[in-house]
Design a protein around this ligand. Structure first.
Ligand SMILES: [Fe+2]
Length: 302
């Protein structure tokens, strides 16, 4: 059983037209959309589904207002999917729907699912940058397009209660083979699924630690320029920047976060650290600084 990536994220939203417009501005490709909902895809063929928050087909949530209602993880093979079902059915309800997707809950109570990964090549645009005498572009300008296109969903972040936060992470590590990248006692646990070398595909954040809620969803961009052009476009479209742009300490990624009317926050990121099984997980009593540099002082709460 190898979990490769986040496959599908389903939001329950209130203002469908505003949420559809927001995701179009974010740079996602709309497959279909209407009053009842909309489906978007990333370049790597992950799905972002918008549904009405009162849709009874959605998993229940303990949150008020719009939020992510389910994160479905992409698994490598049918055998892998069967192994997940066998593993999780030992201590919780598992439901398989007609689309061969498994639905369950993690140990914090968040709705999770598992489906066969259906990965398309993202074909990122070439980035040719000139630094000192490392010249990658000559007799050519470097004018980025005004609109940015996310390559793929990189990670999801849940804010969780401080009490029991270790057990919340153990579920992903011991039952689903996620790897530990970094853990801080005052912040949270950065995990990567087995088939990904991103520093984190899942972060369980307990800095505030008083309640469980969906914190943010992050999209990988092809370059720093596309973080900036994408973020600039979001600001012009009326989106509210909540943190950044900047570069994080843990994961090292460039970031820029915005409020998302679909629920939680949403992030553009690029240049994240990559890990394999040679990486020794780090344990921090106190987290290193939120950012190595950033514009403004606003940090994400969790
Ligand atoms: Fe993030």
């Amino acid at each position: 059983m190898t979990v490769l990536r986040i496959e599908t994220v389903t939001y329950g939203v209130d203002d469908m037209p505003a949420c559809i417009a927001f995701m179009e501005n974010w740079g996602l490709e709309k497959l279909e959309g209407g009053a009842a909902g909309a489906d978007f895809r990333t370049r790597e063929n992950q799905r972002i589904l918008l549904r009405k928050s009162d849709d009874t087909a959605l998993p229940a949530t303990e949150e008020d207002g719009p939020t992510v209602r389910e994160v479905i993880w992409g698994v490598d093979s049918p055998e892998g999917l069967s192994a997940v079902a066998a593993e999780l059915s030992s201590d919780r309800d598992i439901r398989e729907d007609g689309a061969a997707t498994l639905h369950a809950r993690d140990d914090s109570g968040f709705a999770i699912g598992f489906a066969l990964a259906d990965i398309a090549p993202a074909d990122p645009p070439e980035v040719a940058l000139n630094f000192h005498e490392d010249i990658r572009r000559i007799n050519a300008d470097n004018w980025p397009a005004e609109r940015a296109t996310p390559l793929r969903i990189g990670h999801a972040v849940y804010s969780i209660r401080r009490e029991g936060n270790r057990c919340a992470a153990q579920f992903y590590m011991e039952r689903l083979n996620f790897r530990l990248s970094d853990r801080s006692e005052d912040g949270g646990t950065f995990l990567r699924c087995e088939g990904s070398n991103f520093h984190h595909t899942l972060f369980l954040f307990h800095r505030q630690g008083t309640r469980n809620y969906f914190n943010h969803l992050a999209f990988e961009m092809p370059s720093f320029d596309e973080i900036m052009t994408g973020g600039s476009h979001m600001k012009k479209s009326g989106a509210v920047s909540v943190s950044g742009p900047g570069r994080h300490s843990l994961g090292s990624n460039w970031f820029w976060y915005f409020e998302n009317p679909c629920g939680g926050n949403i992030e553009y990121f690029a240049d994240m650290d990559r890990m394999n099984d040679d990486w020794q997980p780090r344990y921090w009593e106190q987290s290193p600084p939120y950012a190595r540099w950033m514009l403004g002082d606003d940090v994400l709460t969790g």
